[in-house]
Write a protein that binds this ligand. Structure first.
Ligand SMILES: [Zn+2]
Length: 444
């Protein structure tokens, strides 16, 4: 099914909403990079350029960012210097830089970004930043849309269908759900799992109130083996996306490092955000901001975990849970994290200070009968029953020096039924950022 051909009905007004300077034919420029280095340094290399018919990215606020992320990509017109498009992201490479292995060896990681194809010669700049928002690696390269070596891909897209359609790809945020480790005979099982994910997403605020701004599609992608790789058990399988548990030797961390493979398989369908469902009952997964969510579909907590991980990959939300015995410094006390749902109090005014009700003590003490802080199996309770928004110490894996806005949240435990008010507001801002022009440039 070609969504590109479906667009004959688009009104002129809609077509004109694309920012000036990008391709009037609406094509996607897919740029493949290699990020490499070690714990001390990072380098960025350009691999190659691809062009795909259609553009499923946003059509508003093209020059703005809603969150800083750990890196950014920016496209400017080579002749005028005008900004055409910006986006922010996080990467597995930067997570790896904090591992013991990165102190011993150089490694490289694939990264793939989707940009609107420029109408004329443009400059693309990629930069990686540290916890202090200082640029630690950058690469600038020119893109000539007439370059004959920009490979035209996506001309034979895989089969796909809508699971939820809020509108056209031009109007909506396009999320694709991708099967990993499902054989050709397990397609129906995948669609059943994907439906659970969609229902769970739209049972959370603000997604349920704003579901007309989303399209969710499921793609057909068969794997040879009906299971994903579990290295600690010596199990290596052949799957569509080559995912594996034990990423960076962390048992539950299920990821794919094959981002080119992932995007190659999706080329030609209208997508921007990615949810990968793995056909296994082993607990695990991960979500990387503006890269992908990957989670296991047959674990008892699947419906909650997939939304938690989407909170990372779509919303740039941080984990609000922590460990009482965690001494590693994931967040520096002298700089404010960019994630909207944690604060180190360096710049709390930029976070949720404005929605703490009058009379609530800050820092806010935990309720006397507070259950354990970890992601566990507490009895479910309504968010409305929780203590008010405040300043609760503990979050981002650290029990001290990092604060969260609510006692419990989808980003805190699997048992909490919804996102906390802080996360809800941030997600709503991002959904609006993708789907409506900002009224002013001042946004919290
Ligand atoms: Zn939250």
């Amino acid at each position: 099914m070609s969504w590109y051909r479906l667009k004959s009905s688009i009104t002129l007004a809609l077509a004109l909403t694309l920012a000036c300077g990008v391709d009037a034919q609406e094509r996607t420029l897919r740029v493949n990079y290699t990020f490499s280095g070690n714990s001390r340094e990072a380098r960025i290399y350009l691999d190659d350029l691809n062009v795909i018919d259609g553009w499923a990215g946003r059509r508003v606020n093209m020059k703005d960012l809603c969150l800083a992320g750990n890196g950014q990509i920016m496209m400017t017109d080579a002749a005028t210097g005008d900004t055409l498009y910006r986006n922010a992201f996080s990467t597995l490479f930067q997570e790896w830089q904090n591992t013991e292995e990165a102190t011993q060896v150089d490694r490289s990681f694939e990264n793939v970004y989707l940009l609107p194809m420029p109408a004329s010669k443009s400059v693309v700049e990629v930069k990686l930043t540290d916890n202090y928002n200082k640029v630690v690696a950058t690469l600038r390269h020119t893109v000539d849309p007439d370059d004959i070596l920009i490979r035209h891909i996506g001309q034979a897209p895989p089969g796909w269908k809508y699971l939820h359609q809020g509108g056209t790809p031009e109007e909506c945020i396009d999320v694709v759900i991708v099967p990993e480790g499902y054989t050709a005979g397990e397609t129906d099982l995948f669609y059943k799992d994907a439906d659970i994910a969609v229902k769970s997403l739209f049972s959370h605020k603000p997604f349920n109130d704003m579901q007309d701004r989303f399209n969710i599609l499921a793609v057909e992608l068969a794997s040879r083996d009906g299971a994903v790789s579990v290295p600690k058990e010596g199990l290596w399988t052949e799957t569509a996306l080559s995912s594996q548990f034990s990423t960076f030797y962390s048992d539950r961390y299920l990821t794919t490092l094959r981002l080119r493979q992932l995007h190659d398989k999706l080329a030609g369908i209208p997508y921007e955000h990615i949810i990968i469902l793995a056909n296994t009952d082993v607990y695990g997964g991960g979500g990387i901001f503006n890269s992908y969510t990957l989670t296991t579909a047959h674990h008892a907590k699947f419906a909650n975990v997939v939304v938690h991980e989407f909170g990372h990959s779509f919303g740039g939300l941080a984990d609000e849970y922590y460990y009482d015995d965690q001494y590693e410094q994931y967040y520096n006390s002298d700089t404010e994290p960019w994630e909207p749902n944690l604060t180190t109090l360096v710049d709390f005014d930029s976070k949720w200070k404005d929605i703490i009700p009058a009379g609530v003590e800050t820092p806010t003490p935990a309720p006397v009968d507070a259950p354990t802080s970890k992601m566990d199996d507490q009895q479910e309770k309504a968010v409305e029953m929780l203590p008010p928004v405040g300043l609760y110490e503990g979050g981002g894996y650290m029990s001290k020096g990092v604060w969260r806005g609510s006692f419990d949240c989808r980003m805190h435990t699997n048992s909490c039924p919804d996102f906390c008010p802080v996360c809800r507001r941030s997600l709503e801002r991002i959904i609006r950022f993708y789907t409506e022009p900002l009224v002013t440039s001042s946004k919290k």
